[in-house]
Design a protein. Sequence first.
Length: 394
Amino acid sequence: MKGFAGWFGEGSGDVAIRDQLRGIGGAVGSAAASGRAAVGSRIGAGRARVASGDWVRATLDALPAPNAPTFLAWEFSLGALVCRHPKVPAITARPLRLLDGLGAVRFGPETVGFDGEDIPWEKVVRLTTHDAFESMTTAALDTEVDRIRDVLPPLPGRKWAVTKVVEGLLTVVLASLEQADDRRIDRVPVACEITYRGLLGRERTLRASLFATALLARQTAVAESLVATARAHGVEVVEAVPAGGADEAAAAERTRALRARTDTIATKLRAQREQAEAVAAGGEEEPDEPRAAREIGDTSPDDAGAAAATGSATGAGAGTGSGSAAGAGTGAGSAAGAGTGTGPVAGAARPSDSASAVVTPAGADPRPGTPPPHGPSYPAHPSDATDPTDPFAC
């Protein structure tokens, strides 16, 4: 499995981005046992990191809620979500429907199913509810990213489409985290498992994908309608047996890891979009490291130490010493004159070392998400050679 790192390409600067995002993920994970007020304040920053997911949220908010129980067929899928993007032409709707096998919820008066499989109600034995975030793991997210890239056919604009599909998936996962209301976000039961009679009457199980699970966790009216429709057909709805040894610390860590992973991929998506916009505007700017550092944010103590070890420090309050001087400031954003120096030459802070300066980690990529000089690490694709100024180009 290539994972998202292999798809986007990963350089030394990605390590700094990941370290910076771990703080956001940890803050959200520590709030896993609290209500919406606590959660919302911690994932507001994460919402801004999704490249341009407002179109996803607008689509989800506009989805009609089915009756409970429903007597009309209701369905929504990952492919249908991407087809709602304002820049997706109607001609691409059919190829994008291939994504229904990666994420779809469909139920009505005759059948029920997930991810392209439909099961007649008369064959359904029971629906089982699971805690949504037991299924929403970092491993599942990596797997879905790989599957999305593999399933789309080699058409012009394929890379753009893959980017939007992943963006849609991430936004739905993020939105499901925000939809916690007053419930614990690691204990949101959704009916995401169907047990039915297959050939020769043997029981078989169909488990919803990451997208379908996140959709049901976010669209609570849809989840309630699914359960009510099942009961109207005489289908039993049961709760899953909790996994042995599960505790609050493990649940918080699982949520923290998922939060960090969605933030990391979303940052890469945002960098790709900004790069494409710069090309369309008339050419890419020459990369400069201070700008990259400002986009990443405050650097970690280890990064500041790395900058001091190279013999120079550009951070706020940096000492005047050079060569063996290690007069690094206490951190980006500190006031001028707050620097402290150690070593043979302990330089005092200069007034010119203003608070707007930042420490650029040694060896960092000029811009987050920029592929290495020798080219992207993911396999080349014929659609990657299309006109970059075309909004559907790769």
